[in-house]
Design a protein around this ligand. Structure first.
Ligand SMILES: Cc1cc2nc3c(=O)[nH]c(=O)nc-3n(C[C@H](O)[C@H](O)[C@H](O)COP(=O)(O)OP(=O)(O)OC[C@H]3O[C@@H](n4cnc5c(N)ncnc54)[C@H](O)[C@@H]3O)c2cc1C
Length: 386
């Protein structure tokens, strides 16, 4: 790449900051427009998997990040009777998973982008974009570039402006998350997800100082969706966790919903969609941010290989979209398995989950993204382009 190219990016989340950092490290000038008044993440914890970790490692950021997180070595799924449905060893290179307080990876990416020379403009909301390479601010100003990235999340203004939305939906799942001080509930580096009827709750070690807890239930489940949480109702589903629910009732809750985005295409002209703007998915496989970072890294390879920006964007999409869409589909199946499964058939569901854990082939298909590294070399890029 030459130093003369310029990129304008909407959104300073995982997608926007990763892309900005990678381009700036390769000599581009980059401006990121962030609507909020600060670069921040809202939420409790986050899991990073192999495909995202590879990007952070290559950029030399894991040394800074590792002391703030925890490498998990096991993951368990437990049924309503307390029986283990699935236990996975996470110590292999493709299955590895780290958990972090949610703000930590963003702060590290923010710092690395700034060090590489990225200009980050907060309080700068983007209204629309033109395919010939222009971002339009809500203040009416045009920001022209060789490459424009819409990394502005699941309700992307860039995607709407380019008429690229095929589907944008809020899924009827309530998600409640907590970041609890201390590791009393999770002394071991592992994560346990408990299932009962149509609810799930998980506890995961999260760095040396925290426990990450997430809960999910159908939105139509009013007592399950309450925040502060309804101790009696949750204890009725998971009697052994009553003490945990009492603690959660007193803790700060982050409530969210799941979103689902499909785009007709991930680019038009010199503008590309990245991250949730292109492919928001339920967080059941913990892949949204990982795919955002991994797809950003692959995009840089295509931009290095193909000098014509619109052609590079099309080739990149063709290479990375199949893995992303397969992951979206599996993440949705996982969500459905909690939300719509008949209560009377919980035993059958436990056996299905067990079968998935027991079959390396099925596990590999469901977790294809974890096993698919970003495209960093020209040989793989060329192969993907054939
Ligand atoms: C409950 C829950 C748990 C999750 N857990 C995980 C997990 O464990 N692991 C994982 O990998 N993923 C997880 N995800 C998914 C992950 O959070 C998202 O996929 C990820 O944040 C997407 O990053 P992004 O940069 O594409 O979008 P966002 O994080 O949404 O960032 C978009 C940025 O753009 C800004 N913006 C929006 N509109 C504009 C505009 N018009 N102009 C300028 N700026 C704008 C926003 O303020 C924001 O800063 C989870 C999601 C949820 C809901």
């Amino acid at each position: 790449m030459t130093g003369s190219k310029h990129a304008e990016i909407a959104g300073a989340g995982y997608a926007g900051l990763t892309m900005a950092m990678l381009l700036a490290q390769r000599g581009w000038t980059v401006t990121v427009h962030e609507r909020s008044d600060a670069v921040r993440e809202i939420g409790a914890g986050i899991f990073l998997h192999n495909n995202g970790l590879l990007v952070l490692e290559e950029a030399g950021l894991m040394e800074e990040l590792a002391p703030k997180g925890e490498r998990l070595l096991r993951d368990r799924m437990v049924d309503h009777r307390g029986r283990v449905m699935q236990e996975r060893d996470l110590s292999g290179p493709n299955t590895r998973r780290w958990s972090f307080p949610r703000q930590e990876p963003i702060e590290v990416l923010h710092g690395a982008a700034s060090r590489a020379g990225v200009e980050i403009v907060t309080g700068s909301a983007i209204k629309s974009a033109h395919p010939d390479g222009v971002l339009v601010g809500e203040d009416g100003r045009d920001h022209r570039a060789d490459l424009v990235i819409g990394a502005d999340g699941h309700r992307s203004a860039v995607r709407s402006a380019l008429a690229l939305t095929r589907l944008e939906r809020r899924l009827p799942t309530t998600s409640i998350r907590f970041l609890l001080p201390g590791r009393r509930l999770t002394p071991e580096p592992m994560s346990t997800e408990y299932w009962s009827r149509r609810r799930r709750i998980a506890l995961a070690a999260c760095g040396p100082d925290y426990t990450y807890c997430y809960m999910a239930c159908p939105e139509s489940d009013s007592p399950g969706s309450e925040a502060p949480i309804n101790v009696e109702s949750w204890s009725d589903h998971f009697p052994k966790l009553r003490e945990v629910f009492e603690l959660l009732h007193r803790s700060e809750a982050y409530k969210a919903y799941y979103s689902w985005v499909q785009a007709h295409a991930w680019s038009r002209g010199n503008v590309a969609l990245l991250g949730d703007a292109a492919h928001a998915l339920p967080p059941t496989l913990g892949q949204g941010s990982n795919l955002a970072m991994s797809n950003a890294r692959s995009l840089v390879t295509f931009l290095e290989r193909i000098k014509d920006v619109p052609a590079a964007l099309v080739a990149w999409e063709r290479a990375v979209r199949p893995t992303t869409e397969a992951t979206q589909a599996w993440a949705r199946h996982y969500d459905r398995l909690t939300k719509y499964w008949p209560n009377s058939m919980s035993g059958v569901r436990a056996r299905i989950i067990w079968a998935f854990g027991a079959s390396p082939q099925l596990s590999a298909r469901m977790r294809r993204a974890d096993r698919t590294p970003p495209i960093t070399d020209l040989v793989r890029a060329q192969k993907a382009m054939r």
